[in-house]
Design a protein. Sequence first.
Length: 405
Amino acid sequence: MNIKNIKSEFPIFKQKINGKPLVYLDSANSSQKPQVVINRLSNFYETEFSNVGRSVHSLAVKATNRFEDSRDKVKNYLNAKHREEIIFTKGATESINLVASSFGEKFIEEGDEILTTELEHHSNYVPWHFLRKKKGAIIKFAPVNDRGEVEIDEIRKLINSKTKIIAITHISNVTGTIMPVEKIVELAKEKKIPVLIDGTQGAPHLSLDVQKLDCDFYAISCHKMYGPNGLGILYAKKKWLEELPPYQGGGGMISEVQKDKVTFASFPTKFEAGTMQTPEVVAFSEAIKFIEDLGIKNIQNHEDQILEYGIEKLKKNNSVKIIGDPKERVSVMSFTIKGIHPHDIATILDEDGVAIRAGHHCCQILHDKLGIPATARASIGVYNSKEDIDILCNAIDKCKKVFNI
Ligand SMILES: Cc1ncc(COP(=O)(O)O)c(C=O)c1O
C-alpha cells in the first residue's frame, strides 16, 4: 500500500459527483472508508454475526472473541496500560458525556469549576453545561488568541483550588490548532487535576501514547479514523474506572439484579450497557491495521504537505481569509470569502465535485469570538492530494465569478 495511490483503496472515489471526480475535503466531519473496513463489516454480517457477551453458542463465542480482540488492538494502538481501560461508545460525544455524567455525579459539587477553552466543539461543552445546570458547577473558558491558539499561561491563570477537571480538545476542528496537551497535562498533574482530552481530531492525524501523555481520559471518534460509523472510544485510566458510577443502566453492565438491589459488572462492561455495535467494533480493527500499515507518521507527513500547499495557495487568493494562523496545525483550513455566505461556497463547490463543510462546525463559542456566524472548511485526509487542492482553488475562483467578486 502506498499513500500516493491510496485513493484506489477507497471505493467511494470510483463514482463521479455532478459528473466530476469526487474531491473529498470533509474528513474532519467524517472520513471515507477503505475497502478492507467495508469488507470486514459485510463479512461479519454475512458469516459471523451474533450479539456478544450473552449466548454460549459458537457464533456468539466467536463474535465475543473478535469484539475483545478489537479492544486489544485499540489498547495496543493507544499504548494503554490495561485492556479494561478501553470502553466502546457510540462516538466521542458519548465518551465525553459519559465522563461528564459519571465523574460529575461523584466528584463535582456546587461551586466546583470545570476548565475548558473557547476552541471546543459543542460535544466538549454541552455535557459540562448539563453538569453546571444539575450541580451548580462553574465552567471557565481559557480564551483563544488571534492566531487561534490557547496559550498555556491562560490555562495556568484559570486553575485554582476549585478546578476539578480540565476538558480540552487535542486539535481544533475549526482552526486545526494542535493544543499543547502534554504541557497542560503536566500543569494539571502538579495540581492533581484530572484531564480529559477530546481527541476526536487528534486520533486520526497524530501518533498517540496515552501512557506517555498521562491524560486521565481521551475521547475518540472511530468514524473519523477510516472506521465504521456509530462507534467511539473512551480511554480512561483504571483508577477512575474503579471509582466512577455507571453511565447508563441496562443489559450486560450488571452483576446481579434483585427487586431492591442492583450490583454492577466490572469495567469496561459496566460502562457498555445494552447491545453493542459488534460489527463496527470488529471492523474497527481493520481501520487501525490500515493506519498502522501506512504508518501514522507517514500519514501525518503526507497530510502536512497538502495542508501547507493548500494554505499557501489560499493565502494567494486575495478574497479568501483563512481562519486562524496557529504555529502547530494539522489538516483543517477554515476560510471565508467576503460577500459570499459559506453555505453558498459549499453549494457551488459541490457542482465541481468538491465536498467541504460550511457552518459553525459545532463551535458557536469560537465563531462568536471571531464575530462571524459561519465559515467554510476544507479538511484533509490520507486520500487527498495537491491536485485536490488545485481543484478546490479553481472551484473557489469559479464561485467568486458567480458572485462577481
Ligand atoms: C473536536 C470534536 N469533538 C467532538 C466531536 C464529536 O464527535 P462525534 O460526533 O463523532 O461524537 C467532533 C465531531 O466533529 C469534533 O470535531
